[in-house]
Design a protein. Structure first.
Length: 297
């Protein structure tokens, strides 16, 4: 089988490509830099160096592929705005899929995409899902992972400088739904290797479910700062903190909006209605890497 993987050698795309290569398949990985793709090309992958914003490049790269993994890469300084950028890439993908005749797609979306509006950076992914629904001749599996454990690395400066953890979401009596990127990659690999899906369907992905107090306890102990509390910030405080950390205003606004939707239980409402089996990597596993990153910071 011939697979095309977007996302370069990222936290999901790299282990996904490695699993497809290990199964003996032909894998083309899209990235902006041949050097960044070298860990995968050294293992037998083919590099397609270019931009997912380039429609001609994407049409050429998808030609002859049996299946593809599509994700909209993060862009923390979009010129026309975050959601317009996501829609721009989505339109390129749609045009390339139509031109290539590819029949199977695994697409990275997110918890909260069911809302369509009000989930910050997820709103553009909801737009992407809607655009994909017009591809009636293509079999599409949409993956909706929960809150990335990787994002918890942003708590390190708070612990170091203020002896707290926190955001504008989290509560002692409400579970946070967390996912490790390894579990996302494993799920994507399962779908691509099996190609058992037909039509259009959604699959949620989660690795663990913990309250914010449990998150704070596990991660603060791993960092050697036991007892560090989780503090729920106001929306203005959360946005101000992100701006102070150097995030552009549209990005800070979007993350604040997503945090609000999580706090109110809206972002994860459809997840709980379609709760999946949890993945292998628990927060305690991630905490080992978190502790190492804290010590090195």
């Amino acid at each position: 089988m011939k697979y095309v993987i977007t996302g370069g050698a990222g936290h999901i795309s790299k282990p996904l490509a490695e699993q497809l290569l290990a199964a003996g398949h032909q894998v083309t990985v899209i990235g902006r830099s041949a050097e960044n793709l070298k860990p995968l090309t050294d293992k037998g992958a083919q590099a397609a160096v270019g931009s997912v914003e380039d429609e001609a490049f994407m049409k050429q790269t998808l030609q002859g592929a049996d299946a593809a993994y599509l994700m909209i890469p993060p862009n923390f300084d979009p010129q026309g705005g975050w959601r317009p950028y996501q829609n721009q890439v989505a339109d390129v993908y749609i045009a390339a899929v139509k031109a290539s005749g590819i029949k199977h797609l695994v697409v990275l979306s997110s918890v909260g995409a069911h809302m369509g509006e009000g989930a910050g950076p997820v709103d553009g992914l909801a737009d992407f899902e809607k655009k994909l629904s017009a591809l009636t001749e293509v079999n599409i599996k949409i993956l909706r992972p929960s809150y990335f454990m990787y994002n918890l690395y942003s708590m390190i400066p708070l612990i170091k400088n203020m002896n707290i953890m926190g955001s504008n979401f989290g509560a002692p009596d409400k579970k946070m739904v967390l996912v490790h990127t390894d579990d996302i990659a494993a799920t994507a690999a399962e779908e691509l290797l099996g190609l058992k899906f037909s039509g259009h369907s959604v699959r949620y992905i989660a690795s663990d479910e913990k309250t914010s107090d449990e998150v704070a306890k596990i991660l603060s102990e791993a960092a050697g700062k036991p007892g560090t509390p989780w503090v729920q910030f106001s929306d203005d405080q959360a946005k101000g903190g992100m701006l102070q950390a150097g995030l552009p205003e549209p990005i800070a606004k979007g993350y604040t909006q997503l945090g609000k939707a999580m706090r109110e239980g809206i972002a994860e409402a459809d997840y709980w209605q379609n709760r999946p089996q949890l993945g292998k990597t628990k927060l305690e596993d991630f905490a080992k890497a978190f502790g190492g990153a804290f010590a090195a910071s």
